[in-house]
Design a protein around this ligand. Sequence first.
Ligand SMILES: [Zn+2]
Ligand SMILES: [Zn+2]
Length: 183
Amino acid sequence: MKIRLDSARAEPFRWQESIDLRHAGLELGEDVEVSPVTVRGTLTWAAPNYVLQARFAYRQTVPCDRCLATVVSEVDLPVELLVERQRAVPEGAERELLEEELDAVEVAGDELDTWPLVAEQVQLNLPTHPLCREDCAGLCPTCGRDRNRGRCDCPEGAADARWAALATLRTKFDGRGSGRDES
Ligand SMILES: [Zn+2]
Ligand SMILES: [Zn+2]
């Protein structure tokens, strides 16, 4: 939807909309899905700009960072943004104060296009390292077995990548230490 900024001048504009980001070919990443986003919010005139306050409700599906299992979560994302017209606005104390507190969105012209704004916020909110559970054991790097479902027969040391780097460091350190003792 496109919100005319002027429609918020007399009283706050009530923003209610459902946006299906999938239909617009948004690149969210491999195996990432987002349900239609239900938007409820207001656009309020706060001279010389506007403040957008809203909640975005949707269901997101992402792969677990360790075992690739599907992680589904219901998101209720609060959003608060300063909306500015793109032309130069006079510097003022109030503007500076608001800008310090809020992220800003620049609008070219008189209309706020809501689709790219919602898409960006949903994208920013995607977890970078989602886990199916805090103590997810992940996949065995040697045989690929899901360790949440049981152990495999791979050797312990070789199988655990998290400790491999540490073991290498320790070997180097020990080697240097013994070398010094010998000299
Ligand atoms: Zn997992
Ligand atoms: Zn294994």
